[in-house]
Design a protein around this ligand. Sequence first.
Ligand SMILES: Cc1cc2nc3c(=O)[nH]c(=O)nc-3n(C[C@H](O)[C@H](O)[C@H](O)COP(=O)(O)OP(=O)(O)OC[C@H]3O[C@@H](n4cnc5c(N)ncnc54)[C@H](O)[C@@H]3O)c2cc1C
Ligand SMILES: *[C@@H]1O[C@H](CO)[C@@H](O)[C@H](O)[C@H]1NC(C)=O
Ligand SMILES: *[C@@H]1O[C@H](CO)[C@@H](O)[C@H](O)[C@H]1NC(C)=O
Ligand SMILES: *[C@@H]1O[C@H](CO)[C@@H](O)[C@H](O)[C@H]1NC(C)=O
Length: 509
Amino acid sequence: MVTLIGLLAIFLVFSSSSTQLPPVVAQSSGPLEDALGGKGFDVAFPGDPLFVSSTEAFNRRYSVKPAAVAFPSTSQQVGQIVRAGYEFDYKVVARSGGHSYAAHGLGTEDGAILIDLSRFKHLKVDTDTNTAVIGAGNRLGEIVLGLSQHGRALPHGTCAYVGWGGHATLGGYGFTSRLWGLSLDAIEEVEVVLGNGTAVVASQLQNRALFAVPAPYLGIVTSIKVRTFAAPPSATIFNFNWHLSIKDATAAIAAYQRYVLTANIPAHLGIQGVITRASIQGNISFGLVGGWYGPSIELNGTLKGLIDAMPYPPRAMNFDTGDYLHSAENLAGGSLDTTTPGGRDTFYAKSLITPSRSPLSTAAIRAFVTTFATEGFASELGWWFIQLDLFGGRNSAITKPSTSSTAFPHRDALFGIQLYGSTRDNVPPYPDSGFTFLDNAVNSILKNSPREWDYGAYTNYIDDRQPNGASCLSYYKEGFETIKRIKRVYDPKSVFAFPTRWLSEEVAV
Ligand SMILES: Cc1cc2nc3c(=O)[nH]c(=O)nc-3n(C[C@H](O)[C@H](O)[C@H](O)COP(=O)(O)OP(=O)(O)OC[C@H]3O[C@@H](n4cnc5c(N)ncnc54)[C@H](O)[C@@H]3O)c2cc1C
Ligand SMILES: *[C@@H]1O[C@H](CO)[C@@H](O)[C@H](O)[C@H]1NC(C)=O
Ligand SMILES: *[C@@H]1O[C@H](CO)[C@@H](O)[C@H](O)[C@H]1NC(C)=O
Ligand SMILES: *[C@@H]1O[C@H](CO)[C@@H](O)[C@H](O)[C@H]1NC(C)=O
């Protein structure tokens, strides 16, 4: 509560200093403040109102406090800021949309220099080459809208607020990914500022090694050149739902897996299985949800084999057909607008990528489903969902590139499974039982799979609670050796903060 006296005091402070009221940056008092202040970009330090508002994590489980937040608008400025971290021994971290599941856009520990890329909003389509140059600070919603003016599109996720910089450099999966690949697969060239402050261009022709390393380990990407795709004239977002017992749900998911392994499904089918809480203990809600980017009259024929293989006819279904822009709006929850601030959440999420070569056993599916029908039903979490995204299947563009050519190594993936749990009303605290529930769900699969099962995890659904060694291997596979080697060459001072804990412990071994 601000009292009258308090107000008066504020008034007095402001009026007495009004003639020489310094800009925020000039409250300088140390080498970092001197290095970053007065350089033509905004910068905020602890205590500044801008600092408070710009260090809130999307995931409210986290409160990481950087040493400073800088808002550059050119690569040269990014270079100056990185150089300051290099010289004064600060970790430096990039933030594009701030939607990291583990708040890694604030750094993995307190005290980093945060480079906020929200002013890198350029988006330019070259209509001769059908390429686009997209600033790292664009949100997915802005990209859909910008490209659609030229009839073009890209593969990426659904949420309009997710930032391009984190999303595209770590993967970027959506229902168009079987058709066009991940966002990362569309990249032709990136402009990246290295740990010594030097900006370089990386492409298949120059600095190619940088392509195989997830960007946050190595540099700050300011701009990304991609090839774009013709937006399909018609797109249908569909959804079917069942309420199923453990036995029936096991049969349903086994049938879903059998269908995607055996049917000759076209690349323009994107699909996921979705598990959520049902209204009674012992049941789950199971959905088949997807995007169809071909003629709508051909969808039912394609899905017939799948829907017929389910234990019952669906209790509900829905089809929404329109142009490509309409489908992206549907998936974003109705609107691609990101001009008003998006909501935040208090959640824990993790992932499990299953190999096509060794599909889920029926025992694994049954144990998995049982976790949701029992522990999940009783969970004190407000809500949770599990998505079994189809990464593989016949004709999938995701499985075409080689394992080592990009920072996404899981090219034998069948399902990318995401597990996400959130508190009631989305507010802290997140309960301990919410961690064990989702851990148990993943372990229910692992315990019922071969000992040397070649599963993976997805860096865009990063989970920092995993044991270090296991984590790095499941995220990066054999590529982790490459990451360490290239990081030693390009960032020898380890200026970039991205899972430093994992990297330093791994390197120390
Ligand atoms: C609501 C929601 C929906 C989502 N839906 C999907 C989906 O459908 N498909 C999917 O694949 N993923 C999805 N994700 C995950 C999303 O792709 C990741 O969280 C992504 O990393 C967020 O990028 P960002 O730029 O917003 O996050 P940030 O927090 O800014 O960054 C994420 C990580 O990347 C690093 N980074 C960011 N920008 C740069 C840069 N320019 N240079 C170098 N490193 C950088 C950060 O340091 C951090 O480690 C979703 C996430 C949320 C919260
Ligand atoms: C539970 O699942 C079975 C099908 O497996 C279904 O017949 C029943 O209606 C479901 N019950 C509820 C309450 O969802
Ligand atoms: C597909 O099947 C559903 C359910 O039978 C039906 O409602 C819908 O009209 C069909 N769509 C087309 C394009 O035939
Ligand atoms: C920074 O590092 C890169 C890559 O190692 C190197 O090419 C460049 O010359 C370095 N720049 C400076 C200023 O040392």
